[in-house]
Design a binder for this molecule. Structure first.
Ligand code: AMP
Length: 351
């Protein structure tokens, strides 16, 4: 169990790392940021900093040795980086969560076969022939995705019919996966934590609205799921022997049933609303879990809504500052760019 004075290492220095660092600091812990960017925004709230590449074995070893526990704020931490961190410190969540979450084919296979949870129909695609076969089996349209490094709708294309298969296949590079199209009514997520002894706490279901493939608004609690989503998240986290906060993203159908889209082995944008929901927020929850401490309460006191401030949205800051209901969180990123997450606003919409 790590407490005040212990050092939490974080791989990555973006806004998630920054908010994790603030939460750790609130618990009396010290933070060490490891990232290649000298100006990574999380550095401004960390006592210790390493500027080095993720494949710099010597720097990674030195970093991990001085940290009591190492965590990460992004899922594309290279396997070798995770291995070195795990050999020289406690890596939480562990390397298996990264391996599973980094590759959509490995992920969906693990979720279906090891965690026993429902995932959308999928097929490994090595050729246009495979893609056409997926279309015949699942019916068109098909979603063709890169297995790795896809985010915010990047690295994926909707294929409406067999006639479009070749062009779609040619438009993406790297290993590919085909998914059946989910005719969902809404997109929802569960943010949950699992502690060192397997203890579990999940926030209620969160409803997510996207704009231009980027998360725009999250609201929690939303439509009841009769606890099914929490049970699925628990099955996944148990199967991964997971420690920390993890998000599970679902497609919810008209009849309320849920199919898993993907998991994120980290704190998640849809969980930012917990900062003002009147319970332990997801950042503190993650720090508590990885430090082997008891999990905090995950029952919100209010219905809370988060809206991302993306790109030029920050121009609306004066109006937000004049709004007493707006809880503003800015990341300190400097110049806004289209699609760049600059901050978010949490609002209690019902007590
Ligand atoms: P992803 O990068 O997998 O999270 O996909 C980004 C977005 O594309 C999702 O939030 C959905 O809106 C949409 N999408 C992804 N996969 C599917 C699918 N199999 N069926 C329908 N929509 C999808």
């Amino acid at each position: 169990m790590f407490g005040p004075g212990s050092i939490v290492g974080i791989l990555g220095g973006g806004q998630l790392g920054k908010m994790l660092a603030v939460a750790a600091s609130r618990l009396g812990l010290e933070v060490h940021i490891y990232a290649p960017e000298p100006d990574a925004i999380a550095r401004s709230v960390a006592k210790f900093n390493t500027v080095a590449a993720y494949d710099d074995a010597a720097s990674l070893t030195a970093f991990a040795k001085v940290c009591d526990v190492v965590t990460y704020e992004f899922e594309n931490v290279p396997a070798q980086t995770a291995a070195i961190a795990g050999e020289n410190s406690a890596l939480r969540p562990g390397a298996l969560a990264l391996e599973v979450a980094q590759d959509r084919l490995t992920e969906k296979t693990f979720l279906r076969d090891k965690a026993g949870v429902p995932v959308i129909g999928f097929k490994d695609v090595k050729s246009v022939f495979d893609l056409k076969r997926a279309g015949k089996e699942f019916g068109w349209p098909i979603i063709l995705k890169t297995r790795r490094f896809g985010y915010d709708g990047k690295g994926q294309v909707k294929v409406d019919s067999e006639a479009g298969a070749q062009a779609a296949f040619d438009s993406l590079s790297g290993d590919l996966i085909a998914e059946a199209f989910a005719p969902f009514a809404r997109e929802v997520s569960i943010v949950a934590a699992r502690g060192l002894s397997g203890d579990f706490a999940a926030y209620p279901l969160i409803e997510n609205l996207h704009r231009n493939h980027i998360l725009h608004t999250s609201t929690c609690p939303t439509h009841s799921d009769k606890g099914v989503a929490k049970d699925m998240a628990k099955s996944i986290m148990d199967a991964l022997d997971y420690v920390g906060v993890m998000a599970t993203e679902f497609f919810q159908m008209d009849d309320g049933s849920l199919i898993i889209n993907e998991i994120a082995p980290r704190v998640h944008n849809s969980g930012h609303l917990t900062q003002n929901a009147g319970c332990t927020d997801q950042f503190e929850q993650h720090i508590r879990a990885i430090c082997g401490r008891p999990l905090g309460g995950a029952v919100p006191a209010h219905i809370t809504q988060m809206t991302n401030l993306i790109g030029d949205d920050v121009a609306g800051l004066p109006a937000l500052e004049a709004d007493p209901a707006a809880n503003i969180h800015l990341y300190g990123k400097g110049a806004p760019r289209p699609g760049r997450k600059m901050g978010h606003v949490n609002r209690i919409i019902k007590d």
